[in-house]
Design a protein around this ligand. Structure first.
Ligand code: CAA
Ligand code: NAD
Length: 283
């Protein structure tokens, strides 16, 4: 099967980035979200990124228009009826994801591959919500998608070799590097990254240092491009909390206990950069 038509579900930070790189690679992409406003917000981000590339001389105005013409907007999952691949990037919540996958299983053609960009949830469990677990796979992009090279590729228990190969090939076509990872909570990326971020939040919670100082230590001392508190805001504090909860529950080990301060911020609706306020405030 060759992949031509793609649907990306969720037009947030990740979904809009995934739709952009797929459209840039020449795929026909439908960008889906619950409301038209949300899809348009995602399209706005794509437009802005492409305009910057034109300004920087990385693409021409015609290239930009060509990429935009590869994108269509959707608020109806029925639009998945003619796609070859779906990449789901809705919120990090198992109930939301299994609900989407159940519907997709009914709507998408039999040959279609159903991929999830989940940060931490078991692919095998998402796959079990469908009657085609052999065609379900994890395709975990990093934020910001247009910039970051990595895609973790995660097989569920039943994922076929053929589907793995197609997704590995597609990842190369997107000019990304795929790394195969087994289906365990948080995979590799977030099993290693998120406890560090959570520990940085504990450091703040316990008054060891200010948020600025914690970020400075990790930037200047460890050469991280962003300090961990800034990175938490950048990822989204809701997503960070969901990932810690998945690690905590999945391994049953208290070393993954989410910091109460992280919970408090999420309860307040201070979700980071995307809501204008997290540990820092944003314009
Ligand atoms: N979308 C598109 N492009 C972006 C962008 C965005 N959101 N943010 C930055 N860029 C581009 C900029 O346009 C710029 O490119 P040009 O100048 O060539 O146009 C380039 O990236 C560098 O940006 P800046 O000069 O503004 O800033 P910077 O040098 O600090 O880089 C950064 C920004 C790439 C985000 C860098 O700070 C960084 O690498 N941060 C860490 C990111 C990270 O760790 N990501 C992984 C998060 S974890 C994850 O994704 C997994 C998960 O499941 C939670
Ligand atoms: P986000 O909050 O920016 O966007 C999520 C979008 O999904 C929202 O626009 C929301 O309206 C939409 N949505 C929710 N339910 C939906 C449904 N039933 N149908 C269609 N759309 C729906 O979140 P994000 O940061 O883009 O994260 C999305 C997914 O990507 C999560 O699973 C997350 O764990 C994963 N992820 C996030 C990052 C990151 O750094 N933020 C990195 C890699 C993977």
């Amino acid at each position: 099967m060759s992949i031509k038509n793609v649907m990306v579900i969720g037009a947030g930070q990740m979904g809009s980035g995934i739709a952009q790189v797929c459209a840039q690679a020449g795929f026909q992409v439908k960008l889906n979200d619950l409301k038209e406003d949300f899809v348009q917000r995602g399209m706005g981000v794509i437009n802005k990124n492409l305009s910057r590339s034109v300004e920087k001389g990385r693409m021409t105005e015609e290239d930009k228009e060509k990429v935009l013409s590869n994108l269509t907007q959707s608020t109806d999952l029925q639009d998945a009826s003619d796609v070859d691949l779906v990449i789901e990037a809705a919120v990090e919540n198992m109930e939301v994801k299994t609900n989407i996958f159940k519907q997709l299983d009914e709507i998408a053609p039999q040959h279609a591959i159903l991929a999830t960009n989940t940060s931490s949830l078991p692919i095998t469990e998402v796959a079990a919500a469908t009657n085609r677990p052999q065609k379900v796979i994890g395709m975990h992009f990093m934020n910001p998608v247009p910039v970051m090279k990595l895609v973790e590729i995660i097989r569920g228990l039943a994922t076929s070799d053929e589907v793995y190969q197609e997704i590995e090939d597609m990842t190369k076509t997107l000019n990304k590097v795929g790394v195969e990872v087994e289906d365990f909570p948080g995979f590799v990326s977030n099993r290693v990254l998120m406890p560090m971020i959570n520990e940085a939040i504990y450091t703040l919670y316990e008054g060891v240092a200010t948020k600025e100082a914690i970020d400075e230590v990790m930037k200047l001392g460890m050469n991280h491009p962003m300090g961990p508190i800034t990175l938490a805001d950048f990822i989204g504090l809701d997503t960070c909390l969901y990932i810690m909860e998945t690690l905590h529950e999945g391994f049953g080990d208290d070393k993954y206990r989410p910091c109460p301060l992280l919970r408090k911020y999420v309860k307040a609706g201070w979700l980071g950069k995307k809501t204008g306020r997290g540990f820092y405030t944003y314009e």
